[in-house]
Design a protein around this ligand. Structure first.
Ligand code: BGC
Length: 882
């Protein structure tokens, strides 16, 4: 039965159409997306109280969970229940285990059922599992490395043949490396992950991975084969050709635990019984690429029947380092989209270049056939010069080149193993015979995060901007959030990460990704509380403490809390957040943070001929003071959530002093700021630095400034993320839209008009005359300015988290159409399920369709309406005059 109800608001007619079909007899609920610590059936859970989540699917409207039951045991049928709980509440996200202490390396099975507010009871969910990680004393494996000094640039291979006496019931492989590893059993890769064990603050902790390898093993002879690359551990990383930052020796640690069908057990570990040799990878490193000589391939080396010749040497066992081994918590890096070559052409300089149509991060899989010894070189570039030539100067010293040397006349497919490239174009040298489109495929490689957001509008340029934002994210979420993926940098720049984190959480599920990285933020935070420019920190110890960069320590935990409702992140990061705020207090004088080095509003608008003071320079200490306030506010927010009332009182008092000091130092009595820039007003308003009565005039000064620049933004990394938010908040939606839809430089759409397929580092990476910005800092894949995505989801589509009920338990749906947009539509997969908001404007009527997942609720505010509608789960239709 369709129920249509209409509601009238005082000013506008709001038609609320309940299109939702309710069939009373078929009100059933079921559960989906069951996870432990954000992961489906994970293998290396270190948290002693792992947290369970599920989503409820219901055909009825207004569905809420009334209670839940969880049961857990150690057998797949859970016949013996080790822990059960039945709780009357509507919590369905991140519920902590609360039973007897869990044992290490043990598989636990669990299931859940729920009852809703309509009296429906779900079936018990299918049984899920999680496996606990290893305790330090569970490791009997030894770190192994090549004998003597590890000086060869080539990738060492490690090999172990072993015999399994009986039928295998289960087998788990625990593996990690200093460097990067690619592991195989009986010739097959143990997983589809790349760049394992991932990049962490290795001096503090190294992740290990766990693989279920039962299917690869058999009774009788078996072989493990592992090759190692330099990776971030030993290879070139950071500036000035820095190498061996974490250590000079690549090493492997592996433990294979087998259980036979009769219950007896066997463990195979790395130790001095293993053999090592060298194979075809002659060099590999993150920035420069890989050289692979197929003539050195050792056919069958990682399989049985291979005869080790005298080139295979014994390994040496290494003493365990001080670093902790921790189970992997984030997503692995895997292959994703493939791109066919679109065009092969000769440039004016006569080079053979291939266009894949998308700036991406990963590599090219190249098919080739030719005489032994033929060397093919693939070079990578993001852009062509205005003359149409292949351009690599902006890569600085990164070679980004893969070399393949053919072994014989057979056809082979090549790809790198321990390196990735950022590119849209490749240049091919030395290819034997005719290079055809089908010989090349580009594959995007990034952390395996689920796409959670979709966003589109009636404006194709905006849709391309959204595309570019999401490709900026893919390319720079390769295990750590990096500034760029192509030049000799690729570092976890904290300023960029804090600017982009909330946008990232719309586009993809970044919960596990940032949870992992925040451990590094804590680990690399300096003893005095300061936070390094990059995490993991590979720069100097005192390269730390820049406003808007170091504030990542408070901003990202809070963003993750709001996006995923994860109180645990706040608990874990609280000390780090507090240490950071206390650090600022320790260097502040009279409550003013006016010391130290700051990057400031990085890459703000700076015209060449600046005779009229058009450059939008914002005083750096003024900026620092606003971030001091912001970080303090976020610490207070976290303290409130965690019930730390003393801290709430203490830091509230501090916050007041910070704001008073700001005003005294930076504002005239009439409300003008010492830097008359967009960023100055944006930060002052976003972080509530000004007294209430002076905010509207400050917002007007911001508007005047934007108008004065002909509706152009002039903000850099720090002002840009908040620019449109502040304009919207103070009622200047039209100005926000003017900026967003601006097509000439500087603007978000200027690069789009210039053909960008990712977000650029600079507003004018390619200038209007087609020439490039300075080559020493001109990345074409830098996500920071993509932070506008947050505003697009929140304001255009209108999907907003509500921090009082985080994780979209309650959602504010408040779309604000503007200028000539006639429709917009977005979806977000939240921890409760899918939220949808989609609107059109036709014939002066604004029509909105909203979907709210079960166990969540929403507040809907129609454009220009003064009334709010509270709705429960289900799908709804609204209309109003517009
Ligand atoms: C990086 C940035 C970073 C900046 C610090 C650059 O080299 O690419 O994105 O935030 O340095 O200002």
């Amino acid at each position: 039965m369709n129920r249509i109800s209409r509601m009238l608001s005082a000013m506008f007619t709001i038609a609320l159409l309940f299109l939702f079909t309710v069939n009373a007899s078929a009100q059933k609920i079921s559960l989906k997306d069951l996870t432990v610590e954000y992961l489906v059936n994970p293998f290396s859970i270190d948290n002693p109280k792992p947290r369970f989540s599920w989503k409820i699917i219901s055909t009825a409207k207004n569905t809420k969970q009334n209670n839940y039951e969880i049961r857990l045991g150690t057998s797949p049928k859970i016949d013996k229940v080790l822990w059960k709980t039945a709780v009357n509440n509507n919590q369905s996200v991140l519920i902590a285990y609360d039973g007897p202490q869990l044992s290490s390396k043990t598989k636990y099975y669990w299931q859940v059922r729920v009852k809703d507010n309509h009296g429906n009871v779900s079936a018990w969910s299918p049984v899920q599992f999680f496996q606990t990680g290893l305790k330090p004393e569970d490791w009997s494996a030894k770190w192994i490395a090549v004998e003597g000094k590890d000086t060869s640039l080539a990738s060492p291979l490690f090999r172990k043949e072993f015999n399994l006496k009986k039928e295998v019931k289960s087998a788990m492989a625990y593996i990690t490396a200093k460097g990067l590893y690619e592991a195989s059993i009986n010739g097959g890769r143990v997983s589809d992950a790349y760049f394992a064990p991932g990049w962490t603050s290795y001096k503090d902790h190294i992740q290990y991975q766990v693989y279920d390898v039962k299917q690869s093993l058999k009774k009788g002879a078996n072989v493990i084969g592992v090759s190692l690359g330099d990776g971030w551990y030993k290879g070139r990383i950071g500036f000035s050709n820095q190498k061996q930052f974490y250590g000079d020796t690549r090493a492997l640690l592996m433990q294979l635990e087998v259980e036979y069908t009769d219950g007896s057990k066997e463990t195979i570990v790395t130790d001095n019984s293993w053999k090592t040799g060298y194979g075809p990878i002659l060099t590999s490193n993150i920035y420069d690429g890989e050289t692979y000589d197929a003539r050195l391939e050792l056919s069958g080396w990682n399989n049985i029947g291979f005869k080790e010749n005298t080139n295979w040497k014994p390994v040496q066992e290494l003493a365990m380092g001080p670093e902790k081994l921790i189970g992997m918590s984030g997503p692995p890096v895997t292959k994703h989209e493939e791109f066919k070559a679109l065009k092969i052409f000769k440039t004016p300089l006569g080079e053979t270049v291939v266009d894949f149509g998308q700036n991406l991060v990963g590599w090219v899989m190249l098919k080739a056939k030719g005489a032994a010894g033929t060397k093919i070189t693939i070079s990578h570039a993001e852009v062509l010069t205005k003359e149409g030539n292949f351009y690599t100067t902006n890569l600085r010293s990164a070679k980004q080149q893969n070399n393949y040397i053919l072994k014989d006349g057979t056809e082979q497919v090549f790809e790198p193993h321990f390196s990735f490239q950022g590119f849209r174009y490749v240049k091919i040298d030395g290819y034997p015979g005719e290079l055809k489109l089908e010989n090349l495929t580009a594959v995007a490689v990034y952390s395996d995060m689920k796409t959670t957001g979709k966003f589109s509008t009636s404006n194709p340029l905006l849709n391309q901007l959204q595309h570019n934002i999401s490709w900026g994210q893919k390319g720079n979420f390769v295990d750590v959030p990096t500034d760029c993926p192509q030049r000799d940098e690729r570092l976890g720049w904290t300023g960029d990460a804090q600017a982009f984190a909330s946008t990232a959480a719309y586009n993809m599920d970044v919960s596990g990704f940032f949870t992992k990285w925040l451990k590094d933020v804590s680990a690399d935070q300096l003893p005095n509380g300061s936070v390094p420019f990059v995490i993991p920190n590979v720069l100097n110890q005192n390269d730390a403490g820049s406003a808007g960069w170091a504030d990542v320590a408070t901003i990202v935990p809070w963003d993750m809390y709001v996006s995923y409702g994860d109180k645990g992140i706040l608990e874990t990061q609280y000390e780090s957040m507090k240490k950071w705020v206390n650090y600022i207090s320790s260097v502040a004088k009279n409550n003013l943070w006016n010391t130290g080095f700051h990057f400031g509003d990085w890459l703000f608008y700076r015209p060449n001929d600046d005779n009229d003071g058009r450059a939008a320079v914002t005083d750096k200490y003024m900026i620092a003071q606003t971030f001091y306030a912001h970080s303090t506010q976020l610490l207070i927010n976290a303290a409130k959530v965690l019930g730390k009332t003393d801290d709430v009182t203490k830091y509230n008092a501090l916050l007041e002093q910070i704001k008073t000091a700001y005003i005294k130092e930076n504002m005239t009595p009439s409300g003008k700021l010492i830097s008359n820039t967009q960023t100055a007003y944006v930060l002052a308003l976003q972080f509530d630095m000004l007294p209430e009565n002076l905010r509207a005039q400050a917002a007007q000064r911001l508007v005047d400034n934007v108008r004065d620049y002909g509706n152009h933004l002039t903000t850099g990394f720090l002002g840009t993320p908040y620019l449109c938010h502040v304009l919207s908040r103070f009622g200047h939606e039209d100005v926000a839209y003017d900026l967003l839809l601006q097509e000439s430089y500087p603007s978000w759409l200027y690069p789009v008009k210039m053909g960008a397929t990712t977000i650029w580092e600079r507003w004018d990476g390619i200038k209007q005359d087609g020439s490039f910005q300075t080559a020493d800092m001109n990345s074409f894949n830098h996500y920071a300015y993509g932070a506008i995505g947050d505003w697009m989801y929140k304001n255009i589509a209108g999907i907003n988290p509500v921090s009082a009920q985080p994780g979209y338990k309650n959602i504010l749906i408040a779309p604000r159409p503007g200028r000539k947009l006639t429709n917009a539509s977005a979806e977000l997969e939240t921890v409760y399920g899918t939220v949808k908001s989609s609107w059109t404007i036709t014939g002066g009527v604004f029509k909105l369709d909203v979907t709210v997942p079960a166990n969540a609720s929403a507040t809907v505010v129609l454009p220009k309406a003064d009334k709010k509608e509270e709705i429960g789960s289900g799908s709804y239709h609204f209309e109003c005059k517009y």
